[in-house]
Design a protein around this ligand. Structure first.
Ligand SMILES: [Zn+2]
Length: 465
């Protein structure tokens, strides 16, 4: 019995010492949910980050972090808050987050910036993306600073808050990396990314799966132009005219199904999903090449999943600059947003587009082509400890290295060759994920603490390595 009691005292002490404490705000203690409420209440639509940035920076400073400013105006408000001054040049693990939010949607009279705490949730724009996620990082770091940090720690740990991630303006992460990369001395970066995945997928899974994204698809934006001179009046239909030919060419292009391409990362996704299934489903998913003929039709039914296995071509604009019914324009343009899997050769992809259009008169111009970057290795101590921190909090979980169809600020670090892992290591519900960039964004308070605890565990693991 005595052993049991001792064990209980011992474990309760562990639980206590590992729980996330309040931090200081204006001289008194403040919980995560109440700080998030205040942060959400300061609107910070991209390009208007200064007020919210000053708020969160002052809290980081009041709690003992060392501040470095990387721009102090709207659209260029960025700062680092670190365990040690950057001038100490310790190898730096960066927790990246953004101050800006997407514009609110006001449809039913509710205040998107109320920050209201209702039952067990915090409501409002930014409560997840990215203010809630940023506070998970900040509380994890401050908890470490208060309870564990020592001057001989091998790593610096930095909370890096930047402007306009949502619009990718020049004053945000790109400005920081152009002007302060050396000062940051980053060895690895952790930023917003996938959460627990099975909540978001159809069907039943035995155990939770947490995604950590290590790479992203590259965007390739194309401008298509077709010019055909006509007499300009549409009362007599010419044999060839640009609108008609462009529509045919685009139809040739977009009606073709894009090839399913397997690579090490996306094959592993199927296998990991399979490991959490039973029976026939398990057998098929565990052998994706053998059962490709069965998997392909299933993938094609789910665009989100399909995007991880194909180069996508999306027609985002067709225009001929004409509002008259009876005038025939001579030029038609179209815009394509293409997203390429990491291993795709851009030249080959462009010739595929041209051959599919079946019209040599359509000019294809590259407007923007994202730099190639290698997937971040998972054979690093930074990845392994992140996976361990998640697994020690959710012991039955699987960790799945992922490819994301979209890019965020981590891509800028990857392009500089710095290890970058995208993960918001909590178990969001499907409803929560759907609320991001949408109406009624909200987060469960418990998840704030889960995330902070995992970040805290991660920092401890790294420092004690
Ligand atoms: Zn975001």
């Amino acid at each position: 019995m005595r052993t049991v009691i001792l064990l209980l005292i011992f474990t309760s002490q562990i639980t206590f010492s590992q729980s996330i404490d309040s931090i200081i705000y204006n001289g008194s203690w403040i919980s995560m949910e109440h700080l998030l409420q205040k942060y959400v209440q300061i609107p910070s639509i991209s390009g208007n980050e200064k007020k919210a940035g000053e708020f969160i920076k002052s809290i980081a400073r009041e709690n003992g972090l060392s501040i470095s400013d990387f721009g102090s105006e709207n659209g260029n408000y960025n700062f680092a808050a670190s365990l040690f001054p950057l001038s100490e040049k310790k190898p730096n693990i960066i927790f990246l987050n953004h101050i800006d939010v997407v514009p609110e949607i006001r449809l039913d009279g509710t205040d998107p910036y109320s920050g209201e705490i209702k039952k067990d949730r915090v409501l409002g724009r930014g409560s997840i993306d990215n203010k809630g996620s940023a506070l998970m990082q900040l509380y994890g770091i401050i908890q470490y600073l208060k309870s564990e940090s020592a001057s001989n720690d091998q790593y610096n740990i930095t909370f890096l808050a930047v402007s306009c991630e949502e619009t990718q303006c020049a004053g945000g992460i790109n400005y920081v990396l152009e002007n302060h990369l050396e000062e940051l001395n980053a060895v690895a970066v952790i930023g917003e990314g996938p959460s627990e995945l099975t909540n978001l997928l159809e069907g039943k899974f035995k155990n939770p799966i947490f995604g950590i994204s290590v790479t992203h698809k590259r965007s390739l934006w194309l401008n298509l132009e077709l010019e055909i001179k006509t007499n300009g009046h549409s009362s007599v239909t010419p044999i060839h005219y640009s609108n008609q030919e462009m529509v045919c060419a685009l139809n040739n292009l977009t009606s073709k199904k894009n090839e399913i391409i397997y690579n090490a990362l996306n094959i592993n996704i199927l296998k990991t999903l399979g490991s959490q299934k039973k029976g026939l489903e398990k057998l098929i998913l565990k052998h994706p090449r053998l059962f490709k003929f069965l998997l392909v039709p299933q993938l094609r039914k789910q665009p989100e999943l399909l995007s991880l296995y194909t180069n996508t071509i999306t027609l985002t604009e067709i225009s001929s600059n004409n509002d008259s019914y009876n005038i025939l324009p001579s030029k038609t343009i179209a815009h394509l947003d293409c997203r390429l899997l990491p291993e795709t050769d851009e030249k080959e992809f462009l010739s595929l587009i041209k051959s599919r259009l079946k019209n040599d008169n359509v000019k294809v111009m590259v407007v923007e082509s994202m730099q190639e970057s290698d997937p971040t290795s998972i054979e690093t101590i930074y990845f392994k400890n992140l996976a361990k921190s998640i697994k020690s909090y959710y012991p039955t979980s699987e960790i799945l290295p992922l490819l994301l169809p979209n890019i965020n600020d981590l891509g800028a670090f990857r392009a500089k060759g710095i290890l970058a892992y995208a993960s918001t290591p909590v178990s969001f519900s499907r409803k929560e994920v759907q609320s991001i960039h949408n109406q009624h964004e909200s987060i469960s308070i418990q998840l704030l603490y889960d995330g902070a605890q995992i970040h805290f565990n991660y920092i401890k693991k790294m420092q004690n390595n």
